[in-house]
Design a binder for this molecule. Structure first.
Ligand code: URA
Length: 234
């Protein structure tokens, strides 16, 4: 058994995540946030409009991914979230569970959210594509064309104040650009009239830890912007 207490383990994981001691909430303060079980609960607590929309689209067969998926991955979180995080598409774990970002990348995303004092219950997490592309290949333009209206409608119902595109594929898809991620981060964009920021996909941080300091800068800015927007709204 590890000699580490949960708190020191949290700190060492955080060091590993971002390469240094960071702003963070007290890890002992709330043991329930950000877990997959609590995310699943949030999943059931949709406002009725979002739930109705989910039922309308969850049997979608508008593209061939409908034939190969195990689960349609609608999204998870607060139906009135001020912050929406948008990834690329479900991977294997998400396809098995029907919940976005539950694999290794999702666990890292949970830790990043905790480090900026947020949880899955407070934000809404979705993907550009609702079904898993075989072998996790990039979404095809025709798949995006079929699926993006679903994302637009989710945004219209949730009405977030800030959207974060996670990774190059989500950013290039939403912003219709071929620009590199490093040129897009820390710049103001909008999508569907909502402020949007771009940062690294958690899977990219797992592959290349050299991106973590920049990602941490991005998430601190995202946190500040989110807090300012919430304050603005009174
Ligand atoms: N990667 C994504 O972009 N979305 C997920 O839901 C999981 C991994």
């Amino acid at each position: 058994m590890s000699a580490e207490t949960p708190k020191s383990q949290f700190l060492s994981e955080e060091m590993e995540l971002f390469g240094g001691p960071l702003y963070r909430p007290d890890p002992d303060a709330d043991s329930g946030d950000g877990t997959i079980a609590s995310a699943a609960k949030a999943n059931e607590d949709y406002s009725s409009d979002l739930m109705t929309f989910r039922h309308e689209i969850e049997n979608c067969q508008n593209c061939p991914l409908g034939q190969t998926r195990n689960h349609f991955v609608f999204g998870v979180g607060n139906p009135n979230a001020d912050l929406m995080l948008i990834g690329e598409a479900p991977g294997r774990d998400e396809d098995m569970q029907g919940i976005p970002f539950v694999g290794r990348a999702g666990q890292l995303l949970d830790k990043i959210l905790a480090a900026i004092n947020l949880s899955r219950e407070e934000v809404f997490i979705a993907n550009v594509l609702k079904c898993r592309p075989p072998n996790n290949r990039d979404p095809l333009p025709e798949e995006v064309a079929q699926c993006e209206p679903y994302l637009r409608h989710q945004i219209a119902l949730i009405k977030p104040k800030l959207i974060v595109a996670l990774g190059r594929v989500a950013a290039k898809t939403l912003l219709r650009t071929e620009d590199q991620l490093k040129n897009m981060r820390q710049k103001p964009f909008t999508y569907e009239g909502v402020d949007l920021r771009v940062t690294y996909h958690p899977a990219a941080l797992l592959r290349n830890s050299g991106f973590k300091p920049a990602a941490w800068e991005d998430f601190q800015q995202i946190r500040d912007l989110y807090n300012a927007k919430r304050k603005d709204a009174g």
